[in-house]
Each structure stands twice: as structure tokens, then as C-alpha cells.
Design a protein around this ligand. Structure first.
Ligand code: FPP
Length: 285
């Protein structure tokens, strides 16, 4: 199978991709297996997608691995998921380190069992200087919980006189979120045919493109990932502007030869209408 993404998908890669990995249980049930077998094969999909994302140049990949609500699943399933997570962190450590991937977590990780937390913290610390890609595992994570936590922090800062409540706007609020250091979410993929958000990155999704696929997560591999990237590449992102305004902005920002940019550089605009292309050029220069 091809090790690369082609055509427009390669030219218009999202910087930050989030995935709601759904359908493990149904995949197993369809085959007469225990649900846990679905999670086990789902962990193989995680490995494949992380490898593919790194190879094609995705900057940030956020995976919804365990929601704040998943704690209410049967105890045996929760325990199996925690064990799969621990094994993943141990088995994939060389892959993550050798490929210069920084591993981070998002969510209420204090709730995780100590043996998982230990592996997570150790790999996060050891990979902290890795720069080629960030792999963010959303664990014990909920979007509403994350926003509520940020609101508490804003309220505390206001009480302490550190911020003026009247000055709290989108940018300032954003700084209190655990995702503030990440680029905006460009693309959200959800597998298994369900078309809902399920409490994932509610704030961060504001201008993300949504791609829903019927493929169950254990069957979602590199080729299905490329297909989703191709769909993303065909979308016109407008951020509240009009189509002609976007075309004008993109053409204004088109690199003029012999400019610093390589041809085929991604030209998405961020939610303020600024060009990510320009930002990348600035970083490079
Ligand atoms: C949703 O499918 C999936 C989960 C709640 C867990 C996702 C976990 C993995 C992919 C494997 C372990 C993770 C890592 C990072 C190694 P579901 O069980 O709700 O499926 P269903 O809707 O068909 O029942």
C-alpha cells in the first residue's frame, strides 16, 4: 500500500487533525467477538494512523481515546481499555522517540490508574523536546469539562485581580484552555457512521471541517485516513468570509517566485483570515 498521500490532499494538509475513534464494539460484535477484541484491533489502527500522520507531515494528531463519560462503562471494559493504553505506551515508546514525536495528554489524567499514569508521564517527559509531530491523547476527557475548568481558572484570576472580567474575550479565554498551545483544529474525523461530536473539543471545533465515515475504527487504516484528507482538501474553508474574499486572500498571499515558499504549500487560512502559509513562512525565516 502507498506510503504517501497524493494530489490535492498533499498540498492542502490540515495542521491539526482530531479523531473520534468509534465502532470498536460493533466491529467485534459483527464478528461474534468480545467488545474488547474490537478495542485491541482498534489499538492497531492507532499505531497505523500515528505512523501515517507522521510520515505525511501532520503537525498535531489528537485522538479521543477515552472520554470522561467512558468511566461509566462496565468495569471489565474500562480495565481492558486501561491495560491496552498502558501496553500502547510501552510498546510504542521506541516508535514515538525514534520518529521525533511529542506525546501529550488532554483531560483529567489524575483519574487514570497509577500504572497507566506512570507510563504516560514518563513518555510525555522524555518526548517533550521532540518536534516533528505532536500526538495528543484525550484521556478521561470531556469538552464541557475542559471549558468548565477554564471558566474556574478565569474566575479565580478575576477574583485575584489578575484579569478584568470585562476584558475576557475569545483570545484571552482561549489561553485558559489546555489546548491553547496547539494550532486550531482543522479537521475532525469520526468513524463508524455516527454523526455527532460526543463532547470532543467543543471550543476547538469552531472552524474545523467535519468528516464522517462509515468505516468502523478497527478497519480505519492509512488508506481511509488519506481518503478523509482528500475530502478535507476539497473543502473551501471560509471562516465567515465570502468565497470571493477567500480567493482574493489566497491569491494575495500566493508566493511570488522566486519566493521563500515551495510550490504546493498548504494555503489554508486560519479563523482570523490570516494565512497559515504566511505564518509558516515567518517561522521558517
Ligand atoms: C469507541 O468505540 C472507542 C473507545 C471508547 C475507545 C477507543 C480505544 C481504542 C481505539 C484502543 C486503545 C487506545 C489507544 C490510544 C491505544 P465503541 O466501543 O464505543 O464502539 P461501539 O460504538 O461500536 O460500541
Amino acid at each position: 500500500m502507498s506510503n504517501d498521500v497524493k494530489g490535492s490532499a498533499a498540498r492542502r494538509l490540515p495542521r491539526h487533525v482530531g479523531i473520534i475513534m468509534d465502532g470498536n464494539g460493533r466491529w467485534a460484535q459483527e464478528r461474534g467477538f468480545d467488545r474488547i477484541e474490537g478495542h485491541r484491533i482498534g489499538a492497531d489502527s492507532v499505531k497505523d494512523i500515528v505512523r501515517a500522520a507522521r510520515q505525511i507531515g501532520i503537525r498535531v494528531l489528537t485522538l479521543y481515546a477515552f472520554s470522561a463519560q467512558n468511566w461509566a462503562r462496565p468495569a471489565g471494559e474500562v480495565a481492558a481499555l486501561m491495560e491496552l493504553l498502558r501496553e500502547y505506551l510501552i510498546d510504542e515508546r521506541p516508535e514515538i522517540m525514534d520518529n521525533d514525536i511529542r506525546l501529550q495528554s488532554l483531560g483529567d489524567v489524575e483519574r487514570l490508574p497509577a500504572e497507566v499514569r506512570q507510563e504516560l508521564d514518563a513518555l510525555a517527559a522524555d518526548s517533550a523536546d521532540n518536534r516533528s509531530m505532536r500526538l495528543v491523547l484525550a484521556l478521561s476527557y470531556g469538552g464541557r469539562e475542559s471549558i468548565a475548568r477554564a471558566v474556574r481558572a478565569v474566575a479565580r484570576a478575576a477574583v485575584a485581580g489578575e484579569i478584568d472580567p470585562g476584558q475576557v474575550n475569545v483570545d484571552r479565554f482561549n489561553r485558559f484552555l489546555p489546548t491553547s498551545e496547539l494550532p486550531p483544529l482543522d479537521l475532525l474525523i469520526r468513524t463508524s457512521g455516527e454523526q455527532r461530536i460526543s463532547n470532543f473539543m467543543l471550543w476547538e471545533l469552531a472552524y474545523a471541517e467535519l468528516v464522517f465515515t462509515d468505516t468502523l475504527w478497527p478497519d480505519f487504516r492509512r488508506q481511509q485516513f488519506y481518503d478523509a484528507l482528500e475530502i478535507y482538501a476539497q473543502r473551501e474553508r471560509r471562516f465567515g468570509l465570502t468565497g470571493p474574499q477567500i480567493i482574493q486572500l489566497e491569491s494575495d498571499l500566493e508566493p511570488k517566485p522566486p519566493g521563500a515558499m515551495r510550490s504546493g504549500q498548504s494555503q489554508e487560512l486560519d479563523e482570523n483570515g490570516r494565512s497559515l502559509m504566511r505564518e509558516r513562512a515567518d517561522k521558517r525565516s
